[in-house]
Design a binder for this molecule. Structure first.
Ligand code: APR
Length: 276
């Protein structure tokens, strides 16, 4: 077993023991696109496979333009072509998503902060009141001009037929309430952020580059009493700046399964994965 695997095993065993002996009761998870890659949804920045490395066909001025409000106002087509590829209903939750559900069902989850717009946390069975979709999702749709809400069925139909949905009221462009660059995050994010991070005793960061703020502020504002654990392919954000930081590097589904084994949750996890 290589040294990283030995280190991962030691860390995950210790965290599992601390969870089993009741040391952690208010666990906040903070997740990104890395937990949905196994579902078939590419993340954004992984070399070669990341969405931002595969947008050549759209001739964008720069990759993030696909989520830029001003660019969308000029040319909404690239976003809707990407939306067609990312739209919920085509993908199933991963073992990591079911681990999040188990965390809640065992009474340990304070909040699940996600940057993902795929709603796979909801589909996996994490209850809505525990989820903060910091970058919005496909769940709701609104006109970018008059802010009138639009029917989701109509928007889904437009995405599937490669049309651009228009507002019934003002004929402006309609888009899912996914947070674009240039837009503010939902107020729910800020309402939960400060309150939850005061109480959080284990901050579990999984599958994110922690490059986009204010989401990436979450682990940074964790109190000194909060244990931070990173499960990711590489070290990100300000992890390793705190002496107490724990980092297990590798594939999130494999590492989460290992954690479930030490928690004696493996049977529960398998039942959820198999049942769906
Ligand atoms: N297991 C563990 N880590 C993984 C896996 C995996 N199977 N797959 C990818 N990762 C890691 C990558 O190494 C990277 O560190 O997950 C991280 C994904 O980072 P990004 O692609 O930047 O995705 P994310 O952090 O969610 O992006 C944040 O950027 O453009 C915005 O709004 C967009 O919400 C998105 C935000």
């Amino acid at each position: 077993m290589d040294s990283q695997a030995v280190e991962n095993e030691k860390i995950l065993k210790n965290v599992a023991d601390d969870i089993k002996n009741g040391k952690y009761k208010n666990i906040c998870v903070m997740v990104g696109a890395g937990i949905s890659t196994a579902a078939g949804i590419p993340d954004f920045r992984s070399p070669k496979t990341g969405i931002y490395h595969n947008l050549q066909k759209f001739n964008l001025p720069y990759a993030e333009a696909i989520f830029d409000l001003e660019y969308f106002r000029e040319n909404p087509k690239p976003f809707f072509e990407l939306a067609y590829e990312l739209m919920p209903g085509r993908y199933m939750p991963t073992p990591t998503h079911y681990f999040l559900r188990l965390m809640n069902e065992k009474g340990l989850m304070l909040r699940c902060f996600t940057q993902n717009i795929d709603t796979l946390e909801r589909i996996a069975g994490v209850p809505e009141d525990k989820i903060v979709e910091a970058h919005g999702s496909f769940q709701y749709n609104r006109c970018i001009e008059c802010k009138e809400m639009a029917d989701s069925g109509y928007v889904r139909h437009c995405i599937e037929t490669k049309d651009v949905p228009l507002c019934e009221k003002c004929k402006g462009y309609v888009k899912p309430t996914i947070v674009f660059y240039g837009e503010g995050l939902p107020s729910r994010f800020f309402d939960c952020m400060y309150e939850d991070m005061e109480k959080c005793d284990l901050a579990l960061v999984i599958g994110t580059s922690l490059l986009v703020h204010p989401f990436a502020d979450l682990p940074e504002i964790a109190t000194e009493n909060c244990q931070r654990l990173l499960i990711n392919r590489e070290v990100v954000g300000d992890f390793s700046e705190r002496e107490s930081d724990l980092m297990v590097l590798g594939d999130c589904d494999a590492l989460v399964r290992q954690l479930c084994k030490y928690l004696d949750w493996e049977k529960d996890l398998d039942e959820l994965v198999k049942a769906n």
